[in-house]
Ligand binder design. Structure first.
Ligand code: UD2
Length: 311
């Protein structure tokens, strides 16, 4: 039975990836240091005898190397990260350790133990705010935060090690991921997680700007499926692909769906546009289709209905 090691396994995307790996019959070593990951995200997974939890900080010297040498997984899915752009701006040193040093540890651990494949959680943040629409992988990379810079540096680190040492790396540039278990804990959390919580509580959402801004919102179930494909599909070559739907949805459209799901919701409040906001963001999904056979399947409307139902 193929064996996959997942870092950041207790996080939003990590825990869904673990669930889908187990459902597909794989054995999983779930690694997390619980800095932002949550134990309850893995509650279902840990009922499976095929899942083992290891509490470790991937950026620590030797921790991952020893674990991987003992565990000998066929693939590593590296999702452990500092996930907040504002936090990366406040603490670029921490961003460097958690988003670059940790990736270097993964590359060295893969090399040391002869792991065949590494899947990396990259981000649309590598494009910055000047990408054409839709953004293809060859679009200029111009990150505008330490977070985006670290994701771009990590892609290069992994691809260089993969070429030198003969393993395969799949860099997955996620667009705006949403779904169950996303943490709405900060004002900078993903907009859908914030809107979902406000609607559940019956309080008004705040719309920054006119609501005409669009994002390529992709369900975490689709993202987890893309991770499973990248980790386990036979015969893949190293490369980089957007993980996106290719469709833009405006915040006004998102709100209209929430208003149907919560007819008694109070009217939204309007505030000035957020500083540094991008007006439109949308990815080209063609490379993921060609390389992985991946196409997003969950419509935004259905993903929002699932969120409301799971509340
Ligand atoms: C986030 C990240 C970005 C990148 C991207 C990928 C930040 C600051 N930016 O930006 O770097 O990782 O995600 O997924 O973390 N909005 C409201 N009301 C709210 C919250 C947000 O109107 O209560 C607006 C916000 O001004 C923006 C849109 O919703 O126009 C989307 O906001 P977001 O933070 O979910 O995502 P994004 O793409 O701006």
């Amino acid at each position: 039975m193929p064996h996959v090691l997942v870092t950041g396994a207790a996080g939003f995307i990590g825990s869904h990836t673990v669930d889908q790996l187990l459902a597909a019959g794989h054995r999983v070593t779930a690694v997390d240091d619980f800095r932002t990951g949550r134990r309850e995200n893995l509650a279902g997974a840990l009922r499976s005898p095929a899942c083992r939890l290891v509490e470790a900080d991937v950026s620590a010297e030797d921790a991952l190397g020893q674990l991987v040498a003992g565990d000998r997984p066929e693939a590593i899915v590296h999702l452990a990260a500092l996930v907040s752009v504002p936090e990366s701006i406040r603490d670029p040193g921490l961003n460097f350790r958690l988003n670059v040093v940790a990736t270097q540890r993964v590359a060295e651990a893969a090399r040391g133990a002869g792991v065949g494949r590494v899947v990396f959680a990259s981000s649309a943040a590598v494009y910055g705010d000047a990408a054409p629409l839709p953004a293809g992988e060859e679009a200029p990379k111009a990150p505008i935060s330490p977070y985006g810079a670290a994701k771009l540096a990590s892609e290069a680190l992994l691809l260089g090690h993969a070429a030198a040492y003969g393993f395969t790396v799949r860099c997955q540039r996620y667009f705006n991921v949403f779904g169950p278990r996303q943490d709405p804990g900060s004002p900078y959390s993903g907009v859908i997680s914030l809107f979902a919580r406000r609607h559940r509580e019956g309080t008004a959402v705040t719309l920054f700007g006119d609501g005409g801004q669009t994002r390529d919102f992709i369900s975490v179930h689709d993202v987890a499926r893309a991770n499973v494909l990248a980790a386990t599909a036979p015969g893949l070559r190293s490369g980089t692909a957007n993980i996106c739907t290719g469709r833009g949805t405006s915040l006004r459209e998102v709100l209209a769906v929430f208003q149907r799901l919560y007819p008694a919701a109070p009217a939204p409040q309007f505030a000035p546009p957020r500083e540094g906001d991008i007006r439109h963001s949308r990815g080209d999904p063609a490379a993921a289709a060609a390389a992985l056979g991946f196409r997003a399947a969950v419509a935004v409307e259905d993903g929002l209905a699932e969120l409301a139902a799971s509340a």
